[in-house]
Write a protein that binds this ligand. Structure first.
Ligand SMILES: C[S@@+](CC[C@H](N)C(=O)[O-])C[C@H]1O[C@@H](n2cnc3c(N)ncnc32)[C@H](O)[C@@H]1O
Length: 475
């Protein structure tokens, strides 16, 4: 066999050269098109309106279809009244739609292509180096590393395929008796390479041509959702989860329940549940309480349903494209096991997809509601909205508790960015009484990592603001 066929470095060069010609032609066309569009306003308008027409034709139907959680049952927009969305009665329209679900399934579908194309870009960059440097890269096995990273991406893509299949299966099953949506659902399944036969998904041959649909969002959210599956369900990350879970569970055990009222009359609410590790933990620690968890992001929510419904462990390589801070490539490529077989859904857990600010419990007469927020407060664009939504839960119970643990690392264009002390005084002003409030900021006593690669040279840790407060405002 000629040397070039054996050596992955040289194979990568050849593959990349061939693909680089096609890429260059495509890029040149895009550049010409962009230049024409930039220079000519009426051409620009014509182009945008035609692209919009093309996209909206397909999406206009799915945009109007609401999707209910946790069933993934579909309902036409005009029907989405309180009766259909018991936990989101404030919605007259809006809320998660079939369109949002399909967009995010496409985003998942693109993971492999986009990941490999990023590695292709990394290869392309090396072409700017001189002959000698490229030769040294070859000797170092630098290109082999890129090929192996692609293998890691392909392994992750297999898990992503399972997530897509799991979601589509749930969508098909929940709507199989509603003929109104049959065609739409079959089309969506077709886009991902499945056919629906007698209510079951059948995978089409991989040689079948699936339509290319480009999602709008970036791939970061897909990487994050995969990494969160590890954070919430892999033993590797128990050191990140356990301190949060322990603080919240202890507060509930020792300072909320046990004072006479039956646990059945209490409700735990977890806003910003991510992929659901904390809410699952609370539902199994307190099997007699109902736990409503609410997550806004479609990708996180899809992964949450997968984690609760898939009964086997899965191996995920969360760092395969994290090139910074690595000591050796083996670490970068390593797989973590998300032990999903241990995390089946408990009957008292109600995982909801939606905006916490529009959530309501579906009963009015709880003894106690305990809001448990972890790494959540600082996601608020308007933290006053979060406070108001939490306080509104007082209308559904005799006693409202709020147990919080997390940093204050504001993102999402916040209108205000409070210190811990300002938040404490604000709670007091609004009628909250703190039973406890502490900070954990001492490095020597251990801070809290968040999706940290503990084998790498960059490790991020957070100090935590922990409080447990009771709402005493009777207005
Ligand atoms: C930093 S993550 C933390 C996730 C989880 N609590 C954990 O500790 O792993 C914050 C989560 O809150 C979600 N989120 C942000 N705003 C929300 C809202 N208004 N309603 C529900 N979830 C929201 C985000 O999508 C994200 O998954």
């Amino acid at each position: 066999m000629p040397r070039s066929e054996k050596n992955p470095d040289i194979q990568y060069c050849k593959m990349a050269q061939a693909s680089s010609l096609t890429t260059n032609i495509a890029l040149a066309l895009v550049v010409v098109l962009m230049t024409l569009l930039r220079q000519n306003k009426s051409l620009q308008k014509w182009f945008v309106s035609n692209v919009e027409k093309l996209l909206s034709k397909k999406s206009s139907t799915t945009r109007k279809v609401n999707i209910l959680s946790p069933t993934l049952k579909l309902a036409r927009d005009e029907k989405s009244t309180g009766a259909y969305q018991p936990n989101f009665p404030k919605l007259s329209s809006g809320g998660p739609t079939l369109f949002e679900l399909t967009q995010n399934l496409v985003r998942l579908h693109e993971y492999r292509a986009r990941g490999e194309s990023y590695n292709g870009l990394l290869f392309q960059r090396t072409r700017q180096l001189g002959e000698n440097s490229q030769d040294q890269l070859r000797q170092l096995g630098y290109f082999t590393k890129l090929v192996k990273s692609n293998e890691g991406i392909r392994e992750n893509a297999k898990i992503i395929d399972k997530i897509i299949e799991h979601t589509l299966t749930k969508l098909v099953r929940s709507n199989e008796h509603d003929r109104e949506f049959t065609e739409e659902i079959e089309n969506i399944c077709g886009e991902h390479g499945y056919e629906v036969r007698d209510g079951h998904l059948t995978q089409l041959k991989s040689s079948s041509q699936f339509p290319v649909v480009l999602s709008q969002g970036s791939q970061n959210a897909v990487h994050e959702a995969l990494a969160h599956l590890c954070r919430d369900f892999s033993s590797y990350y128990s050191k990140e989860r356990d301190p949060l879970q322990k603080f919240i569970s202890n507060r509930i055990k020792n300072h909320v329940v046990g004072s006479g009222s039956p646990e059945e009359n209490n409700l735990i609410v977890v806003p910003g549940a991510g992929v659901g590790g904390l809410s699952h933990g609370l539902s199994s620690t307190f099997p007699h309480m109902r736990v409503d968890s609410i997550e806004l992001s479609a990708l996180m929510y899809i992964c949450n349903l997968f984690a609760l419904g898939y009964d086997r462990d899965v191996k995920i390589r969360p760092f395969t494209q994290q090139y910074s801070g690595q000591t050796e490539f083996g670490n970068q490529l390593r797989a973590l096991s998300a032990d999903l077989s241990k995390f089946n859904q408990c009957d008292n857990l109600n995982p909801l997809w939606g905006d916490f600010r529009q959530y309501s419990p579906n009963a009015k007469n709880f003894d106690k509601i305990i809001v448990c927020s972890a790494y959540f407060i600082d996601t608020a664009e308007n933290v006053f909205d979060y406070l108001a939504s939490i306080e509104a839960l007082k209308g559904y119970c005799k006693e409202l508790h709020w147990v919080n643990v997390g940093p204050l690392k504001y993102g999402t264009k916040p209108l205000v960015q409070f210190t811990g002390d300002e938040l404490k005084r604000l709670r007091k002003m609004r009628g909250w009484k703190d039973l406890v409030q502490t900070y954990e900021v001492d490095y020597s006593k251990g801070l809290n990592g968040y999706l940290t690669d503990y084998e790498s040279m960059y490790q991020g840790y957070y100090g935590l603001l922990k409080f447990h407060s009771v709402f005493e405002n009777s207005d």
